[in-house]
Design a protein around this ligand. Structure first.
Ligand code: BES
Ligand code: MN
Ligand code: ZN
Length: 475
């Protein structure tokens, strides 16, 4: 799918379809369109679409009218409208279309173009069934109406959607395919395609580094653990932004086995890993002047005679000991060693991304990712980026009172804090390994995938993280 900008009236566009927007205050100068809208009793609510054919005065065959809700138009309504339009475009197999420019409350034209490219491209994602060839969307070219040249915005929007597509694809793969070695191979292919540096540590290497916590999770599985690092160098020796993604390619719970219902969805427990790889893809395509490192601890969590047992005590790379009271709280056990490991990159900031707790879904549902941080300026930057990217987060506190719940009689800490505030105690656990740098944690257990009829990876929060990184260069 290609995008371009044009300063022309929609009536003159000669492709298959033009997309025209309509908010609660719109009265079209074009009498034909205005009459057809009235005849069809079209309601200008966001999500509503009216498909018209062979409208007099229009060179394109199809005119798709999309509702935007109340004026001034808000950003979420615009995205909802684009998604509804995408459904119609797929039905009519449109190849070549033009999108009318719109004004969105609180954002400039370049944001509108970036978002349009991102949403339209992302809407064409399809699950790739095992054994099938990659299907391409019917859309070949989208022309966006614009008064100015915003080519960079289009490049960014497309790159973010390409990153999201990688994230969704990896997430949707079955867990017998997407194993820790598969993730390592995916990282190496990215490195080859974009000329990045890639290093994969094996079990023996991690053992030498003293990663007793990480290895305690993988030891019950036949799949060997991998610690993947991928670096993009766009600004000499500047300190890098480091992203760490939880890569549990299947989380059975281990000896603290999960209940059977819905357990298949624990293939998505590597969505943090998929997200940081997707973000790397987006950044490598945009090529900004920054340095970025992504690190993925990749393991499978299985029950076995040699798996960790509740009560086991392990020693992390940091030297701190951990009593494993629940083998299903495995994400923090692999992340803590990865978070100690990343000190070697001398990071400017570290953000970890993880499907860490079921509790965050109870707290925030499927709309916002949980955000925790040891640095309020960093948290604020992430919140701002999330507003631009329309990829929501909500901050939860990291405070001593919660941290105390991790007390153990047999080790420096336990790996669970009890029933209360489960997402926060998980964050507190991680914060014990991130004292040496500015750090934030995103709990994406609610946002990384959808369940039910719409089961599938969302590609979140690639858009947020890419925006966060891009915001760092413009200041
Ligand atoms: N991967 C899960 C978290 C999860 C659960 C994500 C359900 C999405 C849906 C994580 O490893 C886990 O099992 N966490 C436990 C922690 C508990 C044992 C303290 C949880 O949330 O139940
Ligand atoms: Mn678990
Ligand atoms: Zn897990």
């Amino acid at each position: 799918m290609e995008f371009s900008l044009i300063n022309e009236t929609i009536q003159h566009f000669e492709g298959d379809s033009v997309i025209v927007f309509c908010n609660s205050n719109t009265v079209f100068d074009d009498k034909n369109i205005q009459t057809l809208i009235e005849l069809n009793h079209f309601e200008s609510k966001s999500g509503k679409v009216l498909s018209l054919s062979l409208v007099a005065g229009f060179k394109s065959r199809q005119v798709i009218v999309a509702g935007l809700g109340d004026a001034p138009v808000n950003a979420k309504d615009y995205v909802k409208a684009l998604n509804s339009v995408s459904v119609v475009l797929a039905e009519i197999k449109a190849k070549n279309l033009m999108i009318q420019s719109v004004e969105i409350k609180g954002f400039d034209e370049s944001w509108v173009h970036k978002t349009t490219a991102k949403v339209m491209h992302n809407a064409t994602y399809e699950v790739q069934k095992i054994g099938d060839d990659k299907k391409n969307s019917s859309i070949e070219h989208i022309t966006i109406q614009s008064t100015m040249d915003h080519t960079q915005a289009l490049i960014q929007g497309q790159a973010i959607a390409d990153g999201m597509s990688l994230t969704r694809h990896l997430g949707d793969l079955p867990p017998n395919v997407c194993t820790p070695s598969y993730l390592a191979d995916a990282a190496m292919s990215l490195a080859e395609e974009f000329n990045l540096e890639c290093e994969v540590l094996e079990e023996a290497d991690m053992d030498k580094l003293g990663m007793g916590s990480l290895l305690s999770v993988s030891k019950g599985s036949i799949e060997l653990p991998k610690l993947i690092s991928l670096s993009y160098q766009g600004n000499g020796n500047e300190k890098p932004i480091v992203l760490v993604g939880k890569g549990v390619t299947f989380d059975s719970g281990g000896i603290s086995l999960k209940p059977g219902a819905g357990m298949d969805e624990m293939k998505y427990d590597m969505c943090g890993a998929a997200c940081v790889l997707g973000t790397m893809r987006a950044i490598a395509q945009i090529k900004p002047n920054i340095n970025l490192v992504v690190v993925v601890p990749a393991v499978e969590n299985m029950p076995a005679h040699n798996a960790s047992k509740p009560g086991d005590v392990v020693k992390s790379m940091s030297g701190q000991t951990i009593e494993i009271l629940n083998t299903d709280a495995e994400g923090r056990l692999i992340l803590c060693d990865a978070l100690t490991y990343v000190k070697k990159f001398n990071p400017k900031v570290v953000i970890d991304v993880a499907t860490l707790t079921g509790a965050v879904i109870i707290a925030l549902g499927k709309h916002n990712s949980g955000l925790m941080s040891n640095d309020q300026d960093l948290a604020d930057d992430i919140i701002n980026a999330s507003k631009t990217a329309l990829d929501g987060v909500w901050q939860l506190p990291i405070e001593d009172e919660y941290d105390e719940l991790l007390k153990s009689n047999f080790a420096d800490m336990a790996n669970i804090g009890g029933r209360e505030a489960g997402s926060i105690t998980a964050g507190c656990f991680l914060s014990r390994f991130t004292q040496d740098y500015r750090w934030a944690h995103l709990d994406i257990a609610g946002t990384a995938w959808l369940s039910g009829d719409k089961k599938g990876a969302t590609g979140r929060p690639v858009s947020l993280l890419t925006q966060f990184i891009l915001d760092k260069i413009s200041v």
